[in-house]
Design a protein around this ligand. Sequence first.
Ligand code: 8GT
Length: 160
Amino acid sequence: MSTPPLLVVDATQPRAPGHGQRLIEVAVGVVFDAQGRFLLTSRPPGKVYAGYWEFPGGKIEAGESAAQALQRELHEELGLRIGGVQPWRELRVDYPHGLVRLQVGLVSDWDGPLQMREGQQHAWQTWPVQVAPLLPGSVPLLQWLQPAPSGAERKFELGF
Ligand SMILES: Nc1nc2c([nH]c(=O)n2[C@@H]2O[C@H](COP(=O)(O)OP(=O)(O)OP(=O)(O)O)[C@@H](O)[C@H]2O)c(=O)[nH]1
């Protein structure tokens, strides 16, 4: 398996002690609705990058797979029950607050109703997105979702 691409954020800012020695493992979902729109949520108050828009998800806990973590996070944060996760892409993001690895999955099979349980906002989006500011680590995911030029088929490369 090749090393996931690395995005360096705020490269001139100092890194926290021990940064880089520990990878923060995160599961992220691209949740689609029946019209092919995807869900973005704003980061809740009190968190790093509060108010920035991102794909829903969160840290993987000990003993969990990425899919299990995403099932738990989407239920805790949004009240969704998801049927399955299709592993899609990985990305490493080097933030001043830590080095993160995102395991991104596609989710089309889910049950609502959608509830904002952490005081976040939500927006169903198509490309190009209309919300701002975007969390830096969500931008490459959005670029990967950019539709192919007309005539070409949008193809998802699957697998971590
Ligand atoms: N959910 C989510 N997190 C992302 C994205 N892109 C990205 O770099 N991240 C990073 O992944 C990490 C997710 O951590 P989090 O703090 O949101 O996780 P959590 O919900 O488990 O929070 P907590 O346990 O700190 O309360 C953050 O460092 C965040 O900056 C994204 O698109 N969605």
